[in-house]
Design a protein around this ligand. Structure first.
Ligand code: SAH
Length: 346
């Protein structure tokens, strides 16, 4: 059985017609799907249709297992999928609106040394409906706080290694009949798969694209990211330049600051040379600690000095404010396991 949230409006229209119903029912159903309603709440739908739907569909793809709230208001949710897998999402309240960080895979196969999500490898891809349902659930849960205005695909998993489901999710969440979240309010982060980057713009996606670069040379990048064995930084920058040329969207370079590894003067110069001519902004992320590696963040002072050095070289850069780290909900800390902090469950 699949969840109703797997369907586009066209697919749902076809499905209801196959069940012997009028096409317009699909639009009614879509409103319930977008609101993350349960079948009991489908009050404007005939009981006979609900009975037929129950035979082949789930009303909801995810159930909440537990949650923890950080001191900064970020909420880390643990969900269970219909087949029992655990996935995490993070709600991030900001002055300018609320974001949700979604996971796109159970685990991750990319094996970056600094990231907890890949520690157990890849278990499976999430479906488009499972990715979407993280947003739908949280939008419903936080309705009284303004719902969800922004999406970041920066949870567990590599979106471009689960391309078809990622593409369908982006289309569903952007659709007028869905949550209608604009492309400018969606960010997708990738460890750098050039073919996937090109596929995005060819498929008409114009969201903010972030590249997890983290080192300016192949030699250094290979020390912390397995994917660097496959693609060079030059290939990645070329794909980003194409993305900008086609979409007109400035790209984001994510750069984790690792103390004594990539935060020196020569690293700033190498980064400047690599990014020359690319319309981008550099987001510096002081490393969040995970239990699986002994790398450390630089001091705050050193992080800001690196940022100033880049700015001085004419590179647009800022240090990212990290949210949710006291509940292990910050970048690189999600790992699809039950929370050790279960006692904090609300
Ligand atoms: N697979 C995608 C998206 C997930 S991670 C990607 O690699 O981009 C989202 C961001 O958090 C990435 O930039 C990732 O490199 C970063 N990240 C991972 N581990 C981190 C850590 N320990 N501290 C800070 N950032 C981390």
């Amino acid at each position: 059985m699949i969840a109703l949230a797997e369907h586009t409006l066209d697919e749902l229209s076809e499905a209801v017609q196959k069940l012997g119903e009028q096409k317009y029912r699909a639009k009614q159903l879509m409103r319930h799907i977008a609101a993350y309603d349960s079948f009991d709440e489908y009050t404007d739908i005939p009981k006979s249709l609900i009975a037929k739907l129950k035979e082949c569909y789930l009303d909801r793809a995810l159930t909440e297992q537990t949650r923890v709230t950080a001191s900064d208001g970020a909420v880390r949710y643990l969900f269970r999928t219909a087949d029992g897998d655990l996935i995490e999402s993070v709600f991030l309240p900001h002055d300018y609106g609320n974001s949700v960080c979604v996971s796109c895979q159970v685990g991750c196969g990319m094996g970056c040394t600094f990231c907890a999500s890949g520690h157990y490898g890849l278990q499976r891809n999430l479906t488009a409906g499972e990715i979407l349902s993280q947003v739908l659930y949280i939008a419903r849960d936080k309705r009284s706080e303004g719902g969800v205005n922004k999406i970041v695909m920066m949870g567990s998993g590599e979106p471009l290694a689960n391309y078809d489901n990622t593409l369908k999710f982006l289309r569903l969440v952007n659709a007028e009949y869905g949550l209608n979240i604009g492309m400018r309010s969606i960010s997708l982060s990738t460890c750098g798969l050039p073919d996937g980057i090109r596929a995005l713009y060819r498929d008409g996606i114009t969201c903010t694209l972030s590249l997890s670069l983290h080192a300016a040379t192949d030699e250094k990048r290979k020390k912390i990211m397995r994917i660097a064995e496959k693609y060079t930084v030059k290939q990645l920058i070329a794909a980003l330049a194409e993305y900008f040329r086609v979409t007109g969207r400035r790209v984001v370079i994510e750069y984790i600051l690792i103390g004594g590894f990539n935060d020196g003067e020569s690293d700033a110069s190498a980064l400047k040379n690599l990014l020359k001519g690319l319309c981008c902004h550099v987001n510096l992320i002081p490393l969040n600690k995970t239990e699986y590696c002994d790398l450390n963040a630089p001091s705050k002072k050193r992080a800001y000095a690196f940022c100033e050095k880049l700015n001085g070289l004419g590179v647009s850069a800022s240090v990212r404010r990290s949210m949710g780290s006291d509940v292990a909900g910050a970048c690189g800390q999600l790992k699809n396991r039950t929370f050790e902090q279960a006692e904090h469950t609300e």
